[in-house]
Design a protein around this ligand. Structure first.
Ligand SMILES: Nc1ncnc2c1ncn2[C@@H]1O[C@H](COP(=O)(O)OP(=O)(O)OP(=O)(O)O)[C@@H](O)[C@H]1O
Ligand SMILES: [Mg+2]
Length: 325
């Protein structure tokens, strides 16, 4: 059963078409990822689904309720972790949850127990009575996750839940998210810039660019569309026609002294490919990633657009240094 169903969903802000006609069908219990660069329309799409943003046209249903005509019913079915932190930092962790439970009319009978359960789920019981200003970024994110789940929503929206966190904290947060999806039978719709994580966590992924879904499938199927494995070669500039003409090579891309060759059965064909090249500095062979899929579809690296993403800055600096060395 589709718990989220949209048809030609659109949102314009003046001349900007933030979401340009999105059709989605997300199943109950699914972990669904929306991937795309800055400004692609991810937050706007989520905003419409949880009734914060009014669509310009098209339709969207959540748990059978119309987001425009029945917003209060929809709201009762959803939990949200916003892209920007929204905890009240002068309250303690427990007080933040208490406040949310009251706002969502979680009955006083089950409230206390639910709060304890959620604190347990995200490993925050030992800090529950400290004000959240004293929490680390990862702890605040975990508390927001607990808060989003407190009223047992059918759908949990997570907008960049791990942005700016260190890799270890990100990995742990995903563990909580997966654990929750299973334990609570919650459908999860998330956005993230971390492609590798989307691959590991999501059942299906929708790649969104300029307000449109340009590909949608399981991570495995999306990667299969690349038509082979990746051979990445650092080498001096050279003619590539012969490599392009090899029957098993589906694509050759050149970027700054790095060649990316997509070929079937890379392990078998690598010697032949290398024999057609000169001055090779180094070679790497790997299966394609969702980032490769994104580059193939859009011609851009998702990370190049992600300015506020501390993690990718570190990556960029590392890549820059590598190039210089
Ligand atoms: N309230 C608003 N008023 C005007 N334009 C807006 C508004 N909200 C979003 N936009 C524009 O709509 C487009 C989509 O924005 P959105 O926030 O949905 O992108 P996003 O995919 O979530 O990006 P990011 O990865 O940076 O969070 C952008 O061009 C943005 O500038
Ligand atoms: Mg956003």
């Amino acid at each position: 059963m589709a718990i989220i169903l949209t048809s030609a969903l659109k949102k314009s802000f003046g001349r900007i078409e933030a979401v340009a006609g999105v059709d989605l069908s997300i199943q109950k219990g699914e972990i669904f990822g929306l991937l795309g660069p800055n400004g692609a329309g991810k937050t706007t799409t989520i905003g419409m689904l949880c009734t914060i943003i009014r669509p310009s046209s098209g339709s969207a249903f959540l748990a059978g309720y119309d987001v425009v005509r029945e917003p209060s019913r929809v709201r009762r079915q959803v939990g949200i972790v916003f892209q920007d932190p929204t905890l009240d930092t002068v309250l303690t962790g427990r007080e933040n949850l208490e406040l949310h439970a009251r706002l969502y009319s979680v009955s006083s009978r089950v409230r206390k127990e639910r709060i304890e359960q959620m604190l347990e789920l995200v490993d925050l019981r030992h800090r529950a009575d400290d004000i959240t200003r004293t929490y680390s970024g990862g702890m605040r994110r975990r508390l927001e996750l607990a808060r989003g789940l407190l009223h047992r929503p059918a759908v949990l929206f997570l907008d960049e839940p791990t942005l700016g966190l260190d890799p270890q904290t990100r990995a742990r947060l995903w563990e909580y998210i997966k654990k929750t999806a299973h334990a609570e039978q919650t459908t999860i719709v998330l956005t993230t810039h971390y492609m590798e994580e989307a691959e590991q966590v999501c059942d299906r992924v929708g790649i969104i660019d300029h307000g449109r879904i340009i590909a949608l499938d399981t991570p495995e199927k999306l990667k299969e569309t690349m038509g082979g494995e990746m051979v990445v070669v650092r080498a001096a500039k050279q003619p590539l026609e012969k490599i392009r003409n090899l029957p098993y090579v589906s694509e050759v891309r050149e970027n700054d002294g790095t060649l990316e060759i997509i070929t079937k059965e890379a392990h078998r064909h690598l010697p032949k490919i290398l024999s057609l090249m000169k001055d090779v500095h180094c070679v790497e062979m790997r299966v394609p990633t969702l980032n490769d899929v994104f580059i193939k579809l859009t011609g851009r690296d998702i990370r190049d657009d992600t300015v506020e993403d501390a993690g990718s800055w570190v990556d960029s600096i590392a890549r820059y240094r590598q190039r210089g060395s």
